[in-house]
Design a protein around this ligand. Structure first.
Ligand code: GDP
Ligand code: MG
Length: 207
């Protein structure tokens, strides 16, 4: 890496009900593979993927794949701590997994936020759209996504490798743009604090 390049490090958490395809998604994204064998995640899996983002920037993603079992349905703050982005996933053939997304998003927003207090960028993924027995319509997903603070939603098929890279790219893009506006807000806040304290010092000196 040249001395001019910058590496962004981002923790991303993937949440959603069990068996919606979270582990398959991460596996496909990181290793480019898909497997039909179903091995439920126990606890947390951790994967790393490095993206060459631009000429001078790389992005190192730390992806936390959180177990979807009922007993883990409320995640502790430790899992979310330091996350800069989130994927909430459901299975389009299972209505209950879609309805549960509300709970997942709330749990996330209650436990992690950006320094400004805003929620972290979150994308909603409607997985298994290759299957014919779909029960959740695009209209209801769009409405739910809008009403629950997702910056966007996408249909994915991990099996057919549809929208996997695209979804992650959109998430990274959103994280970077939110980060730069957060930096601006923070630096303008610092400027105004600095200005206030300089004014105060000046007044003190002059008296
Ligand atoms: P997790 O519990 O959310 O991590 O779900 P898994 O990744 O373990 O996947 C559960 C099951 O769904 C596995 O049998 C996968 O092969 C299957 N699966 C995952 N994604 C897709 C998909 O896009 N299409 C289809 N048809 N099956 C999928
Ligand atoms: Mg899993």
């Amino acid at each position: 890496m040249s001395s001019f390049s910058k590496q962004h490090v981002m923790k991303i958490v993937i949440i959603g009900d069990a068996a919606v395809g979270k582990t398959s998604f991460v596996h496909r994204y990181v290793n480019g593979q898909f497997s039909q064998t179903y091995l439920p995640t126990m606890g947390v899996d951790f994967s790393v993927k490095v993206l060459r983002w631009s000429e001078k920037e790389t992005v190192r993603l730390h992806i936390w794949d959180i177990a979807g079992q009922e007993r883990f349905v409320s995640m502790t703050r430790v899992y979310y701590k330091g996350a800069l982005g989130c994927v909430v996933m459901f299975d389009v053939t299972k209505l209950s997994s879609f309805l549960k997304c509300h709970h997942w998003k709330q749990d996330l927003d209650n436990k992690v936020m950006l320094p400004s207090g805003a929620p972290i960028p979150c994308i909603l993924l409607a997985n298994k759209c290759d299957l014919p027995e779909r029960v959740v319509t695009a209209d209801s997903i769009a409405e739910f996504s809008k009403n629950n603070g997702f910056f966007t939603w996408m249909e994915t098929s991990v099996r057919d490798n549809r929208n996997v890279d695209e979804a992650m790219r959109r998430l990274v893009q959103e994280i970077l743009s939110v980060q730069s506006s957060e930096d601006q807000t923070l630096s303008s806040l610092e400027d105004s604090v600095d200005l206030q304290s300089r004014k105060a010092t000046k007044r003190k000196n002059c008296c």
